[in-house]
Design a binder for this molecule. Structure first.
Ligand SMILES: Cc1cc2nc3c(=O)[nH]c(=O)nc-3n(C[C@H](O)[C@H](O)[C@H](O)COP(=O)(O)OP(=O)(O)OC[C@H]3O[C@@H](n4cnc5c(N)ncnc54)[C@H](O)[C@@H]3O)c2cc1C
Length: 398
Protein backbone atom coordinates (compact mmCIF):
# COMPACT_ATOMS: atom_id res chain seq x y z
CA UNK A 1 0.00 0.00 0.00
CA UNK A 2 1.30 3.46 -0.85
CA UNK A 3 0.91 5.79 2.12
CA UNK A 4 0.15 9.44 1.58
CA UNK A 5 1.65 11.37 4.47
CA UNK A 6 -0.30 14.55 3.81
CA UNK A 7 -2.57 15.07 6.80
CA UNK A 8 -5.95 16.79 6.73
CA UNK A 9 -8.12 18.19 9.47
CA UNK A 10 -11.17 16.41 8.04
CA UNK A 11 -11.79 13.75 5.40
CA UNK A 12 -15.30 13.61 3.95
CA UNK A 13 -16.45 10.34 2.41
CA UNK A 14 -18.90 11.28 -0.36
CA UNK A 15 -19.27 14.43 -2.43
CA UNK A 16 -23.06 14.43 -2.53
CA UNK A 17 -25.93 16.51 -1.18
CA UNK A 18 -24.35 16.50 2.31
CA UNK A 19 -20.61 16.05 1.72
CA UNK A 20 -20.11 18.89 -0.78
CA UNK A 21 -21.74 21.71 1.24
CA UNK A 22 -20.05 20.38 4.39
CA UNK A 23 -16.67 20.68 2.62
CA UNK A 24 -17.50 24.29 1.79
CA UNK A 25 -18.47 25.19 5.37
CA UNK A 26 -15.47 23.37 6.88
CA UNK A 27 -13.12 25.16 4.47
CA UNK A 28 -14.80 28.41 5.48
CA UNK A 29 -13.92 27.56 9.09
CA UNK A 30 -10.28 27.41 7.93
CA UNK A 31 -10.02 23.62 8.06
CA UNK A 32 -7.94 21.56 5.68
CA UNK A 33 -10.44 19.29 3.96
CA UNK A 34 -10.18 16.28 1.66
CA UNK A 35 -13.33 15.00 -0.07
CA UNK A 36 -13.24 11.48 -1.53
CA UNK A 37 -15.82 10.12 -3.94
CA UNK A 38 -15.93 6.96 -5.99
CA UNK A 39 -17.85 8.78 -8.77
CA UNK A 40 -16.32 10.96 -11.48
CA UNK A 41 -17.39 14.31 -10.00
CA UNK A 42 -19.50 15.93 -7.26
CA UNK A 43 -23.20 15.17 -7.06
CA UNK A 44 -23.17 11.98 -9.16
CA UNK A 45 -24.78 9.83 -6.45
CA UNK A 46 -28.37 10.61 -5.42
CA UNK A 47 -27.89 14.38 -5.48
CA UNK A 48 -28.47 14.48 -9.22
CA UNK A 49 -31.65 12.38 -8.87
CA UNK A 50 -33.35 14.99 -6.67
CA UNK A 51 -35.98 17.22 -8.26
CA UNK A 52 -34.72 20.19 -6.24
CA UNK A 53 -37.57 20.85 -3.81
CA UNK A 54 -36.50 22.75 -0.69
CA UNK A 55 -38.93 23.27 2.19
CA UNK A 56 -38.68 23.93 5.90
CA UNK A 57 -42.29 22.83 6.41
CA UNK A 58 -41.73 19.49 8.18
CA UNK A 59 -43.05 18.22 11.52
CA UNK A 60 -39.70 17.26 13.05
CA UNK A 61 -38.08 20.30 14.76
CA UNK A 62 -34.55 19.34 13.66
CA UNK A 63 -35.62 19.02 10.02
CA UNK A 64 -37.51 22.32 10.28
CA UNK A 65 -34.42 24.13 11.57
CA UNK A 66 -31.88 22.44 9.25
CA UNK A 67 -34.02 23.17 6.19
CA UNK A 68 -34.65 26.73 7.40
CA UNK A 69 -30.88 27.21 7.33
CA UNK A 70 -30.66 25.55 3.90
CA UNK A 71 -33.31 27.95 2.59
CA UNK A 72 -31.30 30.93 3.83
CA UNK A 73 -28.12 29.54 2.22
CA UNK A 74 -29.75 28.68 -1.14
CA UNK A 75 -31.72 31.92 -1.39
CA UNK A 76 -28.65 34.11 -0.74
CA UNK A 77 -26.20 31.99 -2.75
CA UNK A 78 -26.23 34.12 -5.90
CA UNK A 79 -25.80 37.30 -3.88
CA UNK A 80 -22.90 35.80 -1.91
CA UNK A 81 -21.02 33.90 -4.63
CA UNK A 82 -22.25 35.42 -7.90
CA UNK A 83 -23.40 31.97 -9.12
CA UNK A 84 -26.98 31.34 -10.18
CA UNK A 85 -28.20 27.97 -8.88
CA UNK A 86 -31.76 28.64 -10.14
CA UNK A 87 -33.33 29.41 -6.76
CA UNK A 88 -37.06 29.88 -7.30
CA UNK A 89 -39.11 31.06 -4.32
CA UNK A 90 -42.50 29.67 -5.26
CA UNK A 91 -43.44 28.03 -1.97
CA UNK A 92 -44.91 24.56 -1.35
CA UNK A 93 -48.60 23.78 -1.62
CA UNK A 94 -50.32 20.61 -0.36
CA UNK A 95 -53.83 20.54 -1.95
CA UNK A 96 -56.19 18.36 0.12
CA UNK A 97 -59.19 16.27 -1.00
CA UNK A 98 -59.78 14.03 2.03
CA UNK A 99 -60.42 14.44 5.77
CA UNK A 100 -57.40 12.27 6.57
CA UNK A 101 -54.81 14.56 4.93
CA UNK A 102 -56.64 17.65 6.20
CA UNK A 103 -56.33 16.31 9.76
CA UNK A 104 -52.61 15.49 9.42
CA UNK A 105 -51.66 18.82 7.84
CA UNK A 106 -53.72 20.88 10.30
CA UNK A 107 -52.32 18.92 13.27
CA UNK A 108 -48.73 19.90 12.43
CA UNK A 109 -49.45 23.61 11.78
CA UNK A 110 -48.93 24.55 15.48
CA UNK A 111 -45.43 23.06 15.63
CA UNK A 112 -44.54 24.59 12.25
CA UNK A 113 -45.73 28.01 13.41
CA UNK A 114 -43.96 27.60 16.77
CA UNK A 115 -40.74 27.28 14.78
CA UNK A 116 -41.47 30.53 12.95
CA UNK A 117 -42.56 29.04 9.62
CA UNK A 118 -44.89 31.02 7.42
CA UNK A 119 -47.54 28.43 6.57
CA UNK A 120 -51.34 28.43 6.70
CA UNK A 121 -54.43 26.54 5.72
CA UNK A 122 -56.24 28.06 2.71
CA UNK A 123 -59.71 27.40 1.30
CA UNK A 124 -60.35 25.87 -2.15
CA UNK A 125 -60.55 29.19 -4.04
CA UNK A 126 -57.25 30.36 -2.59
CA UNK A 127 -55.60 27.02 -3.43
CA UNK A 128 -56.89 27.40 -7.00
CA UNK A 129 -55.25 30.82 -7.13
CA UNK A 130 -51.95 29.40 -5.82
CA UNK A 131 -52.06 26.33 -8.11
CA UNK A 132 -53.74 27.57 -11.32
CA UNK A 133 -55.82 24.90 -13.04
CA UNK A 134 -55.94 22.58 -9.99
CA UNK A 135 -58.86 20.13 -10.03
CA UNK A 136 -61.59 21.77 -7.86
CA UNK A 137 -63.71 18.63 -7.68
CA UNK A 138 -63.83 17.71 -3.96
CA UNK A 139 -61.01 20.11 -3.07
CA UNK A 140 -61.10 20.86 0.70
CA UNK A 141 -58.32 23.46 0.56
CA UNK A 142 -54.70 23.03 1.50
CA UNK A 143 -51.58 24.39 3.13
CA UNK A 144 -49.25 26.88 1.48
CA UNK A 145 -45.82 28.01 2.68
CA UNK A 146 -44.60 30.86 0.46
CA UNK A 147 -40.98 30.93 1.62
CA UNK A 148 -40.09 27.41 0.42
CA UNK A 149 -38.82 26.87 -3.10
CA UNK A 150 -36.67 25.03 -5.61
CA UNK A 151 -33.03 24.93 -6.65
CA UNK A 152 -31.14 23.05 -9.37
CA UNK A 153 -29.33 20.14 -7.61
CA UNK A 154 -26.82 19.93 -10.48
CA UNK A 155 -25.88 23.62 -10.34
CA UNK A 156 -25.86 23.70 -6.53
CA UNK A 157 -23.51 20.72 -6.28
CA UNK A 158 -21.10 22.18 -8.83
CA UNK A 159 -21.13 25.55 -7.12
CA UNK A 160 -20.54 24.15 -3.60
CA UNK A 161 -17.61 22.23 -5.09
CA UNK A 162 -16.20 25.35 -6.81
CA UNK A 163 -16.53 27.52 -3.70
CA UNK A 164 -15.02 24.84 -1.44
CA UNK A 165 -12.02 24.52 -3.79
CA UNK A 166 -11.52 28.29 -3.80
CA UNK A 167 -11.22 28.05 -0.01
CA UNK A 168 -8.63 25.28 -0.29
CA UNK A 169 -10.66 22.07 -0.06
CA UNK A 170 -9.25 19.16 -2.09
CA UNK A 171 -11.45 16.73 -4.03
CA UNK A 172 -10.34 13.30 -5.25
CA UNK A 173 -12.71 11.40 -7.54
CA UNK A 174 -12.95 7.79 -8.78
CA UNK A 175 -11.39 6.88 -5.43
CA UNK A 176 -13.38 4.55 -3.23
CA UNK A 177 -13.03 4.38 0.55
CA UNK A 178 -12.52 0.71 1.42
CA UNK A 179 -11.55 0.96 5.08
CA UNK A 180 -11.15 3.28 8.05
CA UNK A 181 -7.89 3.61 9.96
CA UNK A 182 -8.76 3.29 13.65
CA UNK A 183 -6.24 3.45 16.48
CA UNK A 184 -6.57 2.56 20.15
CA UNK A 185 -8.89 0.03 21.76
CA UNK A 186 -11.68 -0.37 24.25
CA UNK A 187 -13.14 2.99 25.25
CA UNK A 188 -10.37 5.04 23.67
CA UNK A 189 -10.64 4.35 19.96
CA UNK A 190 -10.12 7.13 17.42
CA UNK A 191 -10.39 7.29 13.66
CA UNK A 192 -7.20 8.72 12.16
CA UNK A 193 -7.77 8.23 8.44
CA UNK A 194 -9.16 6.15 5.60
CA UNK A 195 -7.85 3.65 3.07
CA UNK A 196 -8.92 4.14 -0.54
CA UNK A 197 -8.73 2.13 -3.72
CA UNK A 198 -8.23 3.65 -7.15
CA UNK A 199 -7.38 1.50 -10.17
CA UNK A 200 -6.23 -1.29 -7.87
CA UNK A 201 -3.89 1.02 -5.94
CA UNK A 202 -4.53 1.40 -2.21
CA UNK A 203 -3.73 4.69 -0.49
CA UNK A 204 -3.95 5.77 3.12
CA UNK A 205 -5.06 9.35 3.85
CA UNK A 206 -4.69 10.69 7.40
CA UNK A 207 -6.93 13.20 9.18
CA UNK A 208 -8.05 14.32 12.62
CA UNK A 209 -11.69 13.60 11.79
CA UNK A 210 -13.63 11.58 9.22
CA UNK A 211 -17.19 12.33 8.12
CA UNK A 212 -19.34 9.56 6.67
CA UNK A 213 -21.52 11.25 4.01
CA UNK A 214 -21.72 8.19 1.77
CA UNK A 215 -25.48 8.32 1.08
CA UNK A 216 -26.92 4.97 0.04
CA UNK A 217 -23.62 3.22 0.99
CA UNK A 218 -23.40 4.81 4.44
CA UNK A 219 -24.09 1.57 6.36
CA UNK A 220 -21.01 -0.03 4.75
CA UNK A 221 -18.82 2.81 6.00
CA UNK A 222 -20.42 2.56 9.48
CA UNK A 223 -19.66 -1.17 9.51
CA UNK A 224 -15.95 -0.37 8.97
CA UNK A 225 -16.15 1.34 12.39
CA UNK A 226 -18.12 -1.55 13.92
CA UNK A 227 -21.25 0.61 13.96
CA UNK A 228 -24.60 -0.90 12.98
CA UNK A 229 -26.88 1.83 11.56
CA UNK A 230 -29.31 0.49 8.97
CA UNK A 231 -29.60 2.80 5.95
CA UNK A 232 -31.79 1.05 3.42
CA UNK A 233 -31.86 2.47 -0.12
CA UNK A 234 -35.17 2.32 -1.95
CA UNK A 235 -35.83 3.49 -5.51
CA UNK A 236 -37.90 6.39 -6.76
CA UNK A 237 -38.38 7.51 -10.33
CA UNK A 238 -38.65 11.03 -11.65
CA UNK A 239 -39.14 12.87 -14.90
CA UNK A 240 -38.87 16.26 -16.56
CA UNK A 241 -40.76 17.91 -19.42
CA UNK A 242 -39.75 20.35 -22.12
CA UNK A 243 -39.91 23.96 -20.88
CA UNK A 244 -43.11 26.01 -21.13
CA UNK A 245 -43.99 29.55 -20.04
CA UNK A 246 -44.04 29.92 -16.24
CA UNK A 247 -47.53 29.08 -14.93
CA UNK A 248 -46.91 27.29 -11.63
CA UNK A 249 -45.27 28.99 -8.64
CA UNK A 250 -45.10 26.36 -5.89
CA UNK A 251 -43.93 22.80 -5.65
CA UNK A 252 -47.13 20.78 -5.25
CA UNK A 253 -47.48 17.70 -3.04
CA UNK A 254 -50.49 15.36 -3.25
CA UNK A 255 -50.44 13.15 -0.15
CA UNK A 256 -53.24 10.83 -1.31
CA UNK A 257 -52.51 7.28 -2.41
CA UNK A 258 -53.04 6.89 -6.16
CA UNK A 259 -56.21 5.16 -7.40
CA UNK A 260 -54.14 2.56 -9.26
CA UNK A 261 -53.02 1.14 -5.87
CA UNK A 262 -49.29 1.40 -6.56
CA UNK A 263 -48.43 4.92 -5.50
CA UNK A 264 -48.44 6.86 -2.25
CA UNK A 265 -47.81 10.61 -2.44
CA UNK A 266 -46.49 12.41 -5.51
CA UNK A 267 -44.96 15.84 -6.00
CA UNK A 268 -43.97 18.15 -8.81
CA UNK A 269 -43.12 21.72 -9.67
CA UNK A 270 -42.08 23.98 -12.51
CA UNK A 271 -38.39 24.80 -12.26
CA UNK A 272 -36.73 28.12 -13.08
CA UNK A 273 -36.22 26.93 -16.70
CA UNK A 274 -39.97 26.36 -17.10
CA UNK A 275 -39.70 22.56 -17.09
CA UNK A 276 -42.19 20.55 -15.03
CA UNK A 277 -40.26 18.09 -12.84
CA UNK A 278 -42.08 15.28 -11.02
CA UNK A 279 -41.85 12.02 -9.06
CA UNK A 280 -43.90 9.71 -6.84
CA UNK A 281 -43.46 7.41 -3.87
CA UNK A 282 -44.33 3.78 -4.64
CA UNK A 283 -46.46 1.97 -2.02
CA UNK A 284 -44.51 -1.24 -2.49
CA UNK A 285 -40.87 -0.26 -2.10
CA UNK A 286 -38.16 -1.22 -4.59
CA UNK A 287 -35.25 -1.95 -2.27
CA UNK A 288 -31.65 -2.09 -3.45
CA UNK A 289 -29.22 -0.10 -5.57
CA UNK A 290 -30.73 -0.75 -9.03
CA UNK A 291 -31.12 2.63 -10.77
CA UNK A 292 -32.56 1.41 -14.08
CA UNK A 293 -35.94 2.97 -14.95
CA UNK A 294 -39.08 0.82 -15.08
CA UNK A 295 -41.81 1.13 -17.69
CA UNK A 296 -44.45 1.44 -14.94
CA UNK A 297 -43.63 4.97 -13.88
CA UNK A 298 -44.75 7.19 -16.75
CA UNK A 299 -48.29 5.83 -17.35
CA UNK A 300 -49.04 6.05 -13.61
CA UNK A 301 -47.59 9.51 -12.93
CA UNK A 302 -49.06 10.96 -16.14
CA UNK A 303 -52.57 9.99 -14.99
CA UNK A 304 -52.02 11.43 -11.54
CA UNK A 305 -50.60 14.69 -12.90
CA UNK A 306 -53.40 15.21 -15.42
CA UNK A 307 -56.04 14.32 -12.83
CA UNK A 308 -54.70 16.96 -10.43
CA UNK A 309 -54.03 19.65 -13.06
CA UNK A 310 -55.86 18.77 -16.31
CA UNK A 311 -54.02 21.46 -18.31
CA UNK A 312 -50.78 19.43 -17.96
CA UNK A 313 -52.08 16.96 -20.55
CA UNK A 314 -50.17 18.44 -23.49
CA UNK A 315 -46.72 18.54 -21.88
CA UNK A 316 -43.84 16.79 -23.67
CA UNK A 317 -41.81 14.55 -21.36
CA UNK A 318 -38.09 14.75 -22.13
CA UNK A 319 -36.35 12.43 -19.73
CA UNK A 320 -36.99 9.93 -16.91
CA UNK A 321 -34.57 8.64 -14.29
CA UNK A 322 -34.44 6.59 -11.15
CA UNK A 323 -32.58 7.27 -7.91
CA UNK A 324 -32.43 6.13 -4.31
CA UNK A 325 -33.73 7.43 -1.01
CA UNK A 326 -31.22 6.40 1.71
CA UNK A 327 -33.86 5.52 4.34
CA UNK A 328 -33.54 5.27 8.12
CA UNK A 329 -36.02 3.31 10.22
CA UNK A 330 -37.82 6.48 11.41
CA UNK A 331 -37.51 8.69 8.31
CA UNK A 332 -35.16 11.12 10.09
CA UNK A 333 -31.45 11.53 9.22
CA UNK A 334 -28.62 10.39 11.46
CA UNK A 335 -26.27 13.29 12.14
CA UNK A 336 -23.61 13.81 14.78
CA UNK A 337 -20.62 12.14 16.35
CA UNK A 338 -20.19 8.41 16.78
CA UNK A 339 -20.39 7.88 20.57
CA UNK A 340 -17.76 5.09 20.52
CA UNK A 341 -15.04 6.28 18.12
CA UNK A 342 -13.43 9.65 18.59
CA UNK A 343 -13.31 11.80 15.44
CA UNK A 344 -15.89 9.76 13.49
CA UNK A 345 -18.88 11.87 12.36
CA UNK A 346 -22.08 10.95 10.54
CA UNK A 347 -24.22 12.86 8.04
CA UNK A 348 -26.28 9.98 6.69
CA UNK A 349 -29.81 8.59 6.20
CA UNK A 350 -31.16 11.62 4.33
CA UNK A 351 -34.24 9.72 3.08
CA UNK A 352 -36.14 11.73 0.44
CA UNK A 353 -34.92 15.12 1.68
CA UNK A 354 -31.13 15.13 1.56
CA UNK A 355 -30.84 17.85 -1.03
CA UNK A 356 -32.89 20.30 1.02
CA UNK A 357 -31.16 19.34 4.27
CA UNK A 358 -27.60 19.19 2.89
CA UNK A 359 -26.49 22.82 3.39
CA UNK A 360 -28.13 23.11 6.83
CA UNK A 361 -26.60 19.84 7.97
CA UNK A 362 -23.25 20.86 6.46
CA UNK A 363 -23.31 24.14 8.36
CA UNK A 364 -24.06 22.37 11.65
CA UNK A 365 -21.58 19.54 11.16
CA UNK A 366 -18.81 21.97 10.26
CA UNK A 367 -19.53 23.97 13.41
CA UNK A 368 -19.60 20.76 15.49
CA UNK A 369 -16.28 19.57 14.05
CA UNK A 370 -14.50 22.95 14.10
CA UNK A 371 -15.94 24.49 17.27
CA UNK A 372 -17.37 21.56 19.22
CA UNK A 373 -21.03 22.62 18.99
CA UNK A 374 -23.72 22.84 16.30
CA UNK A 375 -25.33 26.10 15.16
CA UNK A 376 -28.83 25.00 16.24
CA UNK A 377 -29.42 24.28 19.94
CA UNK A 378 -27.91 21.04 21.25
CA UNK A 379 -31.43 19.91 22.20
CA UNK A 380 -32.66 20.19 18.59
CA UNK A 381 -29.44 18.73 17.14
CA UNK A 382 -29.73 15.69 19.42
CA UNK A 383 -33.03 14.76 17.74
CA UNK A 384 -30.81 13.52 14.86
CA UNK A 385 -28.31 11.75 17.13
CA UNK A 386 -27.17 8.21 16.25
CA UNK A 387 -28.21 7.20 19.79
CA UNK A 388 -31.75 8.69 19.68
CA UNK A 389 -35.03 6.87 20.22
CA UNK A 390 -35.89 5.59 16.70
CA UNK A 391 -39.58 4.97 17.43
CA UNK A 392 -40.85 8.56 16.95
CA UNK A 393 -40.43 9.75 13.37
CA UNK A 394 -41.70 12.25 10.85
CA UNK A 395 -45.47 12.92 10.75
CA UNK A 396 -45.69 13.45 6.97
CA UNK A 397 -44.13 10.02 6.35
CA UNK A 398 -46.53 8.03 8.54
C1 LIG B 1 -36.44 10.78 -7.65
C2 LIG B 1 -35.89 11.50 -6.46
C3 LIG B 1 -36.31 12.79 -6.17
C4 LIG B 1 -35.81 13.47 -5.07
N1 LIG B 1 -36.20 14.74 -4.83
C5 LIG B 1 -35.71 15.42 -3.78
C6 LIG B 1 -36.08 16.77 -3.54
O1 LIG B 1 -36.86 17.37 -4.28
N2 LIG B 1 -35.55 17.41 -2.47
C7 LIG B 1 -34.68 16.79 -1.62
O2 LIG B 1 -34.25 17.39 -0.64
N3 LIG B 1 -34.29 15.51 -1.84
C8 LIG B 1 -34.78 14.81 -2.88
N4 LIG B 1 -34.41 13.53 -3.09
C9 LIG B 1 -33.54 12.85 -2.11
C10 LIG B 1 -32.08 13.22 -2.27
O3 LIG B 1 -31.68 13.01 -3.61
C11 LIG B 1 -31.21 12.39 -1.31
O4 LIG B 1 -31.77 12.38 -0.01
C12 LIG B 1 -29.82 13.00 -1.20
O5 LIG B 1 -29.24 13.19 -2.47
C13 LIG B 1 -28.91 12.12 -0.34
O6 LIG B 1 -27.74 12.86 -0.12
P1 LIG B 1 -26.42 12.18 0.40
O7 LIG B 1 -25.35 13.22 0.45
O8 LIG B 1 -26.70 11.40 1.63
O9 LIG B 1 -26.08 11.09 -0.73
P2 LIG B 1 -25.47 11.32 -2.20
O10 LIG B 1 -25.86 12.62 -2.77
O11 LIG B 1 -25.78 10.08 -2.95
O12 LIG B 1 -23.90 11.38 -1.90
C14 LIG B 1 -23.18 10.25 -1.42
C15 LIG B 1 -21.87 10.18 -2.17
O13 LIG B 1 -21.04 9.20 -1.55
C16 LIG B 1 -20.29 8.56 -2.55
N5 LIG B 1 -19.82 7.28 -1.98
C17 LIG B 1 -20.58 6.27 -1.49
N6 LIG B 1 -19.77 5.29 -1.01
C18 LIG B 1 -18.49 5.71 -1.19
C19 LIG B 1 -17.22 5.13 -0.89
N7 LIG B 1 -17.09 3.92 -0.30
N8 LIG B 1 -16.10 5.82 -1.23
C20 LIG B 1 -16.20 7.06 -1.85
N9 LIG B 1 -17.39 7.63 -2.13
C21 LIG B 1 -18.51 6.98 -1.81
C22 LIG B 1 -21.28 8.42 -3.71
O14 LIG B 1 -20.60 8.27 -4.94
C23 LIG B 1 -22.05 9.74 -3.62
O15 LIG B 1 -21.53 10.73 -4.49
C24 LIG B 1 -34.87 12.83 -4.21
C25 LIG B 1 -34.42 11.54 -4.50
C26 LIG B 1 -34.91 10.88 -5.62
C27 LIG B 1 -34.41 9.50 -5.92
Amino acid sequence: MSSKKKAYDVIIIGSGSVGTPTAYFLAKEGMKVLVLDESASSGQGQNKAAIGGVRATHSDPAKIEMCGQSLRIFSKWKEETGTDIEWKKGGYCFPVYRDNEEGVLKSILPIQKKHGLEIDWYGPDEVARIVPGVNMNGLHGGTFSPNDGQVSPLLASESFNDEARKLGAEFRFRESVVDLVIEGDGDSKAVVGVVTSKGGKRTEHRAGAVLNAAGASASEICAMAGLDIPITPDSHEAGITAPVKQFLGPLVVDLRPGPEGRTANFYFGQNAQGQVIFCYTPIEKFYGMDRRCTSEFMPVIARRLVDLIPRLKNMTVRRLWRGLYPMTVDGVPVVGQDPCIDGFYLGIGMCGQGFMMGPGIGLNLSSLIAKGKPVVSQEVFDLLSPTRDYTCGEELLK
